[in-house]
Ligand binder design. Structure first.
Ligand SMILES: Nc1ncnc2c1ncn2[C@@H]1O[C@H](COP(=O)(O)OP(=O)(O)OP(=O)(O)O)[C@@H](O)[C@H]1O
Length: 361
């Protein structure tokens, strides 16, 4: 995705804390009105990157450009309060002694009394906070506090909204609802946002651009559908989805695996081969398997299968139901299109276009 009108450009951003390389040459470009989602396991550098954009963290190297203006770079450092950035924290950080109205108005000190009032009225109207306006934070539910925090961050009309794990304090049911509401408000305001999360599903649901980080590096970035459906790296494939790892090797234009032999021209070596549990099907033409376990996880049925040549049980998942018991014998197969191949021992390299060139033999 190449944004036509970039609101945020990060170029080779690097930041060390002693021996720890918290950010290693991160480059990203976010278009105006887009939502960038930073995702990765704990300690991968998401918050450090968010703080660097906010100007709370200095850079060792690289540059940050917001709306065409360098805010961090060689010899340049614009203070956080002059970056026109809205920041929303995980715990919302509402001022407990201020009403909702005063919380929202807190960052509007530079405006006249009249302007401040009309800005608060406008945001209260657009976010639907009227009934809460005179309450104090302790009188609000988690979801309401989240909306007030969002209103407070948006009131000064920032160019960029930064959100650190904004939904992690909410229970699952409320989280989905608040997330939808928040997304609709962000889109309605047309604001560019950077959202940090450690939740793969949340990243895919929210981000126009999803950036996966690992140990201070950008593993890969792309739209949610690209990064999920056609990951460039085994690391991303495994991060966004449960995966079966299938031992495999190329042998004279054939990929040999315990799930079958596939025609694979021009490939060599011992690759990393991954198959999603939902890509495994019970089918008469498949390889023999023994049922080890069957679990109903609500909508999803999960089967664990023993297959000759596999060290670990093969996981199969789907929304259908199979009346099978441990010890039953079946045959399973995988559509060659659903087999993901990555170069051997190389989590960071691209898989290329080889996935679609496989044919069953
Ligand atoms: N001020 C600091 N001093 C020393 N090390 C730090 C500092 N801030 C972050 N780090 C280190 O930098 C790395 C990245 O930290 P960061 O908080 O950015 O990760 P994260 O992905 O946001 O993690 P989490 O999801 O747990 O918040 C970690 O190894 C962390 O220990």
């Amino acid at each position: 995705m190449t944004p036509t009108n970039s609101m945020l450009v990060l170029s080779a951003i690097t930041r060390h804390f002693g021996q720890v390389a918290a950010l290693q040459s991160i480059s990203l470009e976010v278009g105006s009105g887009q939502i960038l989602c930073l995702v990765g396991h704990s300690g991968c550098g998401k918050s450090t990157l968010l703080r660097a954009i906010a100007g709370i963290e200095a850079l060792d190297a690289g540059s940050i450009v917001i709306d065409g203006k360098v805010v961090s770079g060689p010899g340049v450092f614009v203070e956080p309060e002059h970056r026109r950035i809205g920041f929303m924290f995980q715990d919302y950080a509402l001022f407990p002694h201020l009403s909702v109205r005063d919380n929202i108005g807190f960052g509007l000190g530079r405006l006249s009394r009249g302007e401040r009032q009309s800005r608060i009225d406008e945001i209260v109207e657009r976010i639907g906070l009227h009934p809460l306006i005179d309450r104090f934070p302790h009188m609000l539910s988690g979801g309401e506090q989240q909306r007030v925090a969002l209103a407070r961050a948006l009131a000064p009309q920032p160019r960029l909204l930064l959100m650190d794990e904004p939904f992690s304090n909410l229970d699952r049911v409320l989280r989905d609802k608040v997330r939808l509401e928040t997304l609709s408000i962000i889109k309605q305001f047309g604001i560019t946002a950077v959202v940090v999360t450690h939740d793969p599903e949340e990243a895919l649901a929210i981000g126009d651009l999803v950036a996966l980080m690992q140990k201070g590096r950008l593993v890969e970035a792309g739209s949610g559908s690209r990064i999920y459906d056609a990951p460039w790296t085994a690391y991303a494939a495994r991060f966004f989805s449960r995966m079966n790892t299938i031992p495999a090797r190329f042998n004279e234009n054939v990929l040999e695996t315990p799930l079958g032999r596939f025609e694979a021209h021009g490939m060599e070596g011992d690759p990393t081969v991954l198959v999603r549990p939902q890509s495994v099907k019970i089918s008469a033409e498949g390889v023999p398997a023994i049922i080890l376990d069957r679990m109903i996880l609500g909508e999803i049925e999960e089967l664990l299968l023993e297959i000759g040549g596999l060290d670990e049980p093969l996981i199969m998942r789907g929304t259908g139901r199979h009346e099978l018991r441990p010890g039953d014998r079946v045959c399973v197969s995988v559509n060659p299109r659903d087999i993901m191949i990555f170069p051997e021992n190389d989590d960071q390299s691209r898989s290329g276009s080889n996935i679609n060139s496989l044919k069953p033999l």
